[in-house]
Design a protein around this ligand. Sequence first.
Ligand SMILES: *[C@@H]1O[C@H](CO)[C@@H](O)[C@H](O)[C@H]1NC(C)=O
Ligand SMILES: *[C@@H]1O[C@H](CO)[C@@H](O)[C@H](O)[C@H]1NC(C)=O
Ligand SMILES: CC(=O)N[C@H]1CO[C@H](CO)[C@@H](O)[C@@H]1O
Length: 226
Amino acid sequence: MRFTLRPLALIGLATLATQAHAQYTLPPLPYAYDALEPVISKEIMTLHHDRHHATYVRNLNAATAELAQVFAHQGSLMDLEREIALQSAIKFNGGGHINHSLFWESLTPVSNSSFPTSGPLKKAVDSQFGSLDALKSTMTTNALGIQGSGWSWLIYHPSNKTMEVVSTADQDPVLGATPLLGIDIWEHAYYLDYLNDKASYLQHIWSGELHLLLYPLSLSAYRDVS
Ligand SMILES: *[C@@H]1O[C@H](CO)[C@@H](O)[C@H](O)[C@H]1NC(C)=O
Ligand SMILES: *[C@@H]1O[C@H](CO)[C@@H](O)[C@H](O)[C@H]1NC(C)=O
Ligand SMILES: CC(=O)N[C@H]1CO[C@H](CO)[C@@H](O)[C@@H]1O
């Protein structure tokens, strides 16, 4: 029997770092591309998911792979500059990936949707906003107030068990709170169907033709709310 001993140095730190880093993948839509018609067309869902979201995932993977290589280097100032630059790419594309993944989950055809008529979520919405309609109108005002690209969110603060409507610019994260519901206010989310008429897009989203589901991921947070 012959053994070949491989000195550790030959394995190469760069290889280790590259292997250690996981690739992110584009999740499939949880429904058909045309499932949200007529509120959101098949064309826009295809473009939004297959092009925009896919691009965030591709750029995120490229940035994290490069970061892994930078980590494997010797720690020069040039490495540090690159590391800082990559962080903003990761924030932007990673935010886009998370936020879009949640957005797909939060939309559903009306045939499959229902806002609970009792229980903790209904109680929390009523006690904090007055009614579901008042929540919708608060979110609409919030979303209309976004200048340029961004997201409007209903978030939950586990620390004091309250909800809040907030907006974020670009693909910035909601930090320190659980997002329950998010509406994409980037033009790419609605332009083909509504041109620049953001108000009409929002009105249709809330119209009852299409309901926003709360993130299944976040539902456990609501068991706390009472
Ligand atoms: C219907 O809703 C359930 C959750 O309530 C979800 O798991 C399922 O994917 C939805 N189906 C469609 C077609 O949206
Ligand atoms: C709940 O806590 C969050 C921060 O954790 C804070 O921003 C928010 O204002 C608080 N809400 C209330 C009603 O105290
Ligand atoms: C509300 C929400 O989920 N926002 C996400 C957007 O992306 C960032 C990552 O940059 C997440 O941390 C946020 O949770």
